[in-house]
Design a protein around this ligand. Structure first.
Ligand SMILES: O=P(O)(O)OC[C@H]1O[C@](O)(CO)[C@@H](O)[C@@H]1O
Length: 540
């Protein structure tokens, strides 16, 4: 099918789905009441992850319409194109081969051989640090690693390092600095000894403002502590595809870990951008993470669409966004150590799907990616869940539960899981006006009072959610979870007909910030809007 035919079929299929939506009269409670097998019919398992998607506004015919649409959009062949290294990132004319970063067994392709070499380089380096062979300028072993990077060069490794806390080595502490706000770096360095600190400058482009400025400040901090220029090599390594810029910064070539243009920033934690994971937890943990992701890659490649976890999640998101006009989706990991997962998801989803034109540059005419947000459970229950339950917006939720306790406090873990289950149940069931009235009367309110208070207490319910269960929060399951969402976002991009691999929308702000920074020193251009001019006068 040509791209024009695909675009026409997209518009027609969305209209058909909308018609199906208009006809639908069922409530979630009815769906459960009329189908005793609903959970069996609307759940799947792969790579150690169980997905219950039964609490969604889906009947078998809805799902079939969605699957038909995915087939019409050639999703299967697009998945094959992604995994085989076709130039799927059409605007930047390159493949998106993050899956090659987690290959298992012997390296077969050119990409895999490059990855294998980089793995050896990382392992050797980490061994030197862990064995205390790598010394700082004063001959002291390294005890602190500070990763300086932002966006994809920060969020993935930061989230994984926190998630895998039980695997941390005692001898090494890994820190992350991202923000241009100097407080981020200075607060981090406050209690560190420069003689025992090593910085990873993580930047695919090696030209990102925040990373450049933080790296320069870190360099000054090491020099001020007594290191000479030559000894800086003992305190700085880099991960970058811009080898020249990293060398110009003063990093020796053998301490530059490569990343390639076929690895997108938000998909890069599996590359040398994951070096902090190896330093914090050891190489075997990193390998297990890759293996978990690889098992999800295999599932994504092989499972039929109707049993394919990433595809199902993408279809559900598509259904709500196109037909239910949802504006956002919330991700709720019920695990303290996954507190940074929503931020990672945000970049993955919003940087990929926040587009207004299709792959050919034509206006979409239908909504693309929405807002992704969330926080770890149970904390959100005591703040924003109010809006999930009683607000006017329908916000589909993904709950992520970990079956095995993540601490010694097993009783608390049972409570955590009970809270997680109760939230999706409350979203589904709600509370009728009648029940709210009765509850109030039972609590001693007069009939009249109960009548007037009940609307405030009633909860609409009928609100959808997915629940994902991981047996354990270990490297393997975590790898599979992250790959699941990566592939979900890719599938969403295919369903929307957009290229999810570029992010040119972020460039204008970067250009303007340097113009503003420079103009503040000179004259502010008169043709700029008065608000910007006034803010510059007040602030700069
Ligand atoms: O690794 P780099 O090149 O410093 O880029 C950091 C981040 O900046 C972005 O380009 C957005 O500004 C992200 O896509 C990327 O992950």
């Amino acid at each position: 099918m040509t791209s024009e035919t695909l675009a026409l079929s997209r518009a027609a299929a969305i209209r058909q789905l909308q018609a199906h939506f208009e006809e639908q009269k069922w409530s979630l409670r009815e769906l459960f009441a009329t189908d005793p097998q609903r959970v069996e019919n609307f759940s799947c398992e792969a790579a150690g992850i169980y997905l219950d998607f039964s609490k969604n506004h889906l009947r078998q015919d809805t799902l079939q319409l969605l699957i038909d649409y995915a087939e019409e959009q050639n999703l299967n062949s697009k998945i094959s194109a992604l995994l085989s290294g076709a130039s799927i990132n059409n605007t930047e004319r390159r493949p998106a081969l993050h899956t090659a970063l987690r290959f298992q067994g012997d390296a077969k392709t050119e990409h895999e051989r490059a990855v294998a070499d980089c793995r050896v380089q990382m392992q050797r380096f980490a061994n030197k640090v862990h064995s205390k062979e790598w010394l700082g300028f004063n001959g002291k072993p390294i005890r602190h690693i500070v990763n300086i990077g932002i966006g994809g060069s920060d969020l993935g490794p930061r989230m994984v390092v926190e998630a895998l806390t039980p695997w941390h080595r005692d001898s090494i502490h890994v820190h992350f600095v991202a923000n241009i706000d100097g407080a981020d770096l200075s607060d981090t360095l406050e209690d560190l000894n420069p003689e025992e600190t090593l910085f990873i400058i993580a930047s695919k482009s090696f030209s990102t403002l925040e990373t450049r400025e933080n790296a320069l400040s870190a360099r000054r901090w090491i020099l001020a502590a007594g290191s000479n220029e030559k000894q800086l090599a003992q305190h700085f390594v880099a991960v970058s595809s811009n080898i020249v810029a990293a060398q110009d910064f003063g990093i020796t070539p053998e301490n530059i870990f490569p990343i390639w243009d076929w690895v997108g920033g938000r998909y890069s934690l599996w590359s040398a951008i994951g070096l902090p994971i190896i330093l914090a937890c050891g190489y075997s943990v990193y390998k297990a993470l890759l293996a978990g992701a690889h098992s999800m890659d295999n599932h994504f490649a092989q499972a039929p669409l109707q049993e394919n976890l990433p595809v199902l999640l993408a279809l559900i998101q598509f259904w709500y966004r196109q037909c239910w006009s949802t504006k956002s989706q919330v991700v709720l990991p019920y695990a303290q150590r996954l507190s940074k997962f929503p931020a990672w998801m945000q970049q993955l989803d919003m940087e990929s799907l926040g587009k207004s034109v299709d792959r050919d540059g034509k206006p979409l005419g239908y909504p693309s990616g929405g807002v992704v947000w969330g926080a770890e459970g149970t904390n959100g229950q005591h703040s924003f869940h109010q809006l999930l339950h009683q607000g006017t917006d329908l916000i589909p939720a993904d709950f992520i539960a970990i079956k095995q306790p993540t601490s010694e406090l097993h009783e608390q873990h049972r409570w955590l899981l009970a809270c997680c289950i109760s939230q999706s149940q409350a979203l589904l069931r709600g509370k009728s006006l009648h029940d709210a009235r009765q509850e109030l009367e039972e609590a001693g309110y007069t009939h009249r009072e109960a009548h007037s208070l009940a609307p405030h207490k009633a909860i609409p319910g009928n609100r959808p959610s997915n629940t994902l269960i991981l047996e354990k929060l270990d490297p393997h399951h975590l790898g599979a979870l992250l790959a699941l969402y990566e592939h979900k976002v890719f599938s969403s991009g295919c369903l929307l007909g957009i290229n999810p691999f570029d992010q040119w929308g972020v460039e204008l702000g970067k250009q303007l910030s340097s113009q503003i920074y420079q103009s503040a020193e000179a004259a502010i251009p008169e043709n700029w809007d008065s608000s910007t001019r006034s803010l510059m006068e007040k602030l700069l």
